[in-house]
Write a protein that binds this ligand. Sequence first.
Ligand code: ADP
Ligand code: MG
Length: 327
Amino acid sequence: PQLANQIAAGEVVERPASVVKELIENSLDAGATQIDVEIERGGSQLIRIRDNGSGISKAELGLALSRHATSKVATLLDLEQIMSLGFRGEALASISSVSRLTLTSKTQTQNEAWSALAEGRDMAVNIQPAAHPTGTCVEVADLFFNTPARRRFLRTDKTEYAHIDEVIRRVALSRFDVQIKLSHNGTLQRHYRIARNESGQHRRIAAICSKNFIDNAININADYDGIQLTGWLGLPTTARNQADMQYCYINGRMMRDKLINHAIRQAYTDKIPTDLYPAYVLYIQIDPKQVDVNVHPSKHEVRFHQARLVHDFIFQSLERSLQQGIE
Ligand code: ADP
Ligand code: MG
């Protein structure tokens, strides 16, 4: 199983930041409201993610580390209306096949915590008592230690850490109801506090996207036929130097979707010179039955069943908002 898992890891685990993304998604799926991320040496030495979610019972710890074991999708029908961020049951198995992974967890009903690690070619799971409050801690040490070609592919600590920081930003923009801390080499770098109201949200967006962006952004709030579009659009003047400040979420997942990008670009090109990049933070809520997220393991793309309708709704809503914002 180790080899099969390592091959699967090739798709899911590209670099430390992809590990952080998968682990944080698990924490969110477990209902965590506090997530602490500790990174050593750009994540190549250590990635530790601790959450206060529902935890994993002792009986399920071994299962959580095995391939295609997911507690989230029980039936094909579930797969058609996925609400959780994870559903493939691949991440933990893949990551543990290319690192030294320890999974420590306690559920509310258990009195003690347990730790599990999978070792060797047969990935035999070793379970031991541990100390931990309700929730889960995943430690990923020495990423790619047993796949030297991939280890050599890692960039400098600084670069790998920058990718992790970006993953955390994306999550922080999608979940204002969750506190996230990020530290690197023992120093706290980010602390996104729970935002209970609009001013809290503005503070978080200012920290992530700049004060200039949020102070000048146009508020978006539109819906049509069960599709909701909310968020903030940067005004043309603030759009400069913000090529990478483009955040779009579909049902809470960060996406880089061609169709959506096209609709946004088109709305902007009608209103501002084409050589400026739009900056935005947008949230689309749509009936999960109307989208297919099961397209690619990295889950960055979606397929809309009514693509044209979604495109036109987004284009028209943004164009109208931009027009009003410019006036
Ligand atoms: P998936 O998220 O696709 O189900 P993963 O390999 O990421 O697959 O995780 C396997 C299983 O382990 C999950 O279905 C879940 O039951 C459990 N799990 C993983 N991380 C956590 C966590 N932080 N809190 C609670 N359960 C977790
Ligand atoms: Mg997962």
